[in-house]
Design a protein around this ligand. Structure first.
Ligand code: CU
Length: 169
């Protein structure tokens, strides 16, 4: 997933570079006439329509509803400068987990990583609010919580962990 995002970003950046290059070269030529202006207006409208369609198409699944099945696990995570506190240290694999995330001071970014340090899910911890996210861990193992939003001098030390255990155990 992350390498796909990187690839898409690089392709789009290359496309942007081509657009800037062509625009810079075109700016050396004579002043554009009325036909160029109407072409430009059409292009802006086309970009607007495509932008709205892409946004609606890709954002429709959000916000996700929280899981509400019988086997849903509720886990509360509290945060502050510079710590995470989890009220559950062993989470069963394969069951939806509803995380309720709060902060006692400033905004923090809860990021849950697997043992390979791949980001699995994230949500912000916002002062005065409880933010919630559902995630199902398929693989048993050690998982880490890191802060994804710079929150002060010891931000990098805001680390905690929990274990996902297989249900057969
Ligand atoms: Cu933080």
């Amino acid at each position: 997933m992350q390498s796909n995002v990187l690839l898409i970003s690089l392709v789009l950046m290359a496309a942007m570079a081509v657009v800037f290059y062509v625009a810079a070269r075109a700016s050396d030529g004579p002043e554009p006439g009325p036909r160029a202006n109407s072409k430009r207006t059409g292009l802006i409208w086309a970009m607007l329509v495509v932008g709205v369609l892409v946004s609606v198409g890709t954002l429709r699944p959000w916000p996700h509803a929280l899981a509400s099945t019988d086997d849903t696990i509720n886990v509360a995570i509290t945060s502050g400068q510079w710590w995470w506190e989890i009220d559950t240290v062993e989470i069963p694999a394969g069951k939806p987990v509803n995380f309720s995330v709060t902060t006692e001071d400033v905004t923090h970014g809860l990021g849950i990583y697997n043992a390979d340090m791949r980001l699995l899910t994230q949500v912000q911890a916002i002062p005065g609010y409880t933010t919630e996210i559902t995630y199902t861990f398929d693989e048993p193992g050690q998982y880490e919580i890191l802060c994804m939003e710079y929150c002060g001098i010891a931000h990098h030390e805001m680390v905690n962990e929990f274990e996902v255990v297989s249900v057969e155990e």
